[in-house]
Design a protein around this ligand. Structure first.
Ligand code: GDP
Ligand code: MG
Length: 441
């Protein structure tokens, strides 16, 4: 897995504080192999790696993570984003019946999915109608009826003994039947071929035109790997679809097909199928798929823990200092940097005792403001940071000029620092932190 392969890279990078271009390249190389092994299509891999590299090069140095971990974190975030980020819910029509059409190659799992979807919808209080528009294979209609029975829903099929039915006509009539029998969702199963062919596409497109689906779902077998891209493109051009369903994820496919299909067609993945039973079915979760593709759930957990531990350690140090009045501008600067690496400032400050009462002040802190504050503190000497009281008027002017702010900004910072320190000492006292004997006044 990628974790194994990255171990040596990780060891070489341990202890380094900064992401060098060579570090990024080395890590990117391993990730590239992992993606290819997960069956992500080559052009998609290339573009993805390029994107990750660009972002990694611009990334801030993290004290919580080593360089390789940092790259992996970025890779994971980008993967989740490219897989759709948020979970996309299925679109149902405002005026029932909603029409869901399934398209895909033969054997991709359409008929099975029809049953899964029907059961899932029925459990949510819908009354689905399954429609048999695969009239190509002799057993297809029966198969759908069996699946429908298991899901506890009705199946609409052409009457037997009528010769070969017309799937477009069946689809059209099923909508009337749904209205008559008050089904609020219609799920249309269609025929597939082993390979993409024109007749199949035309038939699917004709069915689509007859029933104007609210969702056309392209059903694709995750096991077909790289072929998923060509198949997806053919269905996109031939029929068009609004969402993707990945099937057979219970196999050993690493799920690269998901990334490829999503990336190439731009359409979201709505559901994942992972078994032959009707219950083996779930809404698609981009984050789970990302860790499956990377094959490094453990490492991602480690990264999360390292970040949390780092956060907590800093917060504890700060809390300990608060109570004794030893908090300096140096600590303040360090905290600001830590906070900004890890997200909104409210997160870290929120851990401090009494933070709730400071909500309004915290809300005023934005990035530009933090930039100014950091520049001012950096303009001070270490002695001044430890004891801001010693900064006299001429030093304030120098600091202001050096950091591109006004003297008033410097005064504001120093005054507010004293205020904050006093307030925090009072709060620490109230909350029972060790009030050092020599609280600074
Ligand atoms: P269709 O030709 O697209 O309608 O595909 P079917 O629904 O008939 O499925 C083809 C085969 O794949 C059947 O044997 C199904 O039981 C099997 N199948 C469908 N979905 C899954 C899945 O998620 N996991 C596994 N392991 N098998 C599946
Ligand atoms: Mg079928």
């Amino acid at each position: 897995t990628l974790s194994d392969r990255l171990t040596s890279v990780l060891q070489n990078l341990r202890g380094k504080g900064k992401l060098s271009e060579a570090d990024i390249d080395a890590t990117a190389r391993e990730i590239r192999i992992a993606l290819l092994e997960a069956d992500v299509a080559l052009p998609v891999v290339r573009e993805f790696i390029k994107q990750v590299k660009d972002r990694a090069k611009g990334a801030e140095v993290s004290q919580a993570l080593n360089p390789a971990q940092q790259v992996i974190k970025i890779v994971n975030e980008e993967l989740v984003a490219i897989l759709g980020g948020e979970t996309r819910r299925i679109n149902l029509a405002k005026n029932p019946p909603s029409v869901i059409m399934l398209a895909g190659l033969q054997g991709s799992g359409k008929t099975t999915l029809a049953g899964k979807l029907a059961l899932w919808l029925r459990k949510q209080g819908h009354a689905p109608l399954l429609v048999a528009c695969d009239l190509q294979r002799p057993n297809a209609v029966t198969q759908l009826q069996v699946v429908g029975e298991r899901a506890g829903v009705t199946t609409f099929a052409p009457e037997p003994g009528n010769g070969v039915g017309d799937p477009v006509e069946v689809a059209r009539r099923s909508i009337d039947e749904a209205r008559r029998a008050q089904h609020d969702v219609v799920i249309v199963d269609t025929a597939g071929r082993l390979g993409v062919d024109e007749e199949l596409m035309r038939q699917a497109a004709d069915i689509r035109d007859a029933i104007t689906p609210d969702e056309t779902l392209f059903v694709v077998d995750a096991m077909i790997g790289q072929d998923a891209v060509t198949t997806a493109e053919a269905f996109r051009d031939g029929v068009g679809f609004s969402g993707v369903v990945l099937t057979k994820l219970d196999g050993d496919a690493r799920g690269g097909a998901a990334l490829s299909v999503r990336h190439v067609t731009g359409q979201p993945i709505l559901f994942a199928s992972n078994g032959e039973k009707l219950e083996d079915f779930d809404v698609f979760h981009p984050d789970r798929m990302a860790s499956r593709i990377l094959g490094m759930g453990d490492m991602l957990t480690l990264i999360e823990q390292a970040e949390q531990a780092f956060d907590q350690e800093k917060a504890e140090q700060a809390a300990a200092k608060l109570g004794t009045g030893e908090l300096t501008l140096e600590d303040f600067l360090e905290q600001m940097q830590a906070v900004r690496r890890m997200g909104p400032i409210g997160n870290l400050l929120g851990m401090l005792p009494g933070a709730g009462q400071m909500k309004d002040q915290l809300a005023q802190v934005d990035d530009a403001h933090l930039d100014r504050l950091q520049a001012i503190i950096r303009g001070m000497t270490p002695a001044e940071r430890a004891n801001p009281k010693m900064i006299n008027a001429s030093r304030r002017q120098r600091i202001a000029r050096g950091s591109g702010v006004t003297v008033r900004d410097v005064n504001d910072l120093v005054n507010r620092f004293f205020e904050a320190r006093k307030m925090m000492q009072q709060m620490a006292g109230r909350f029972g932190f060790g009030m050092g004997a020599s609280a600074t006044k």
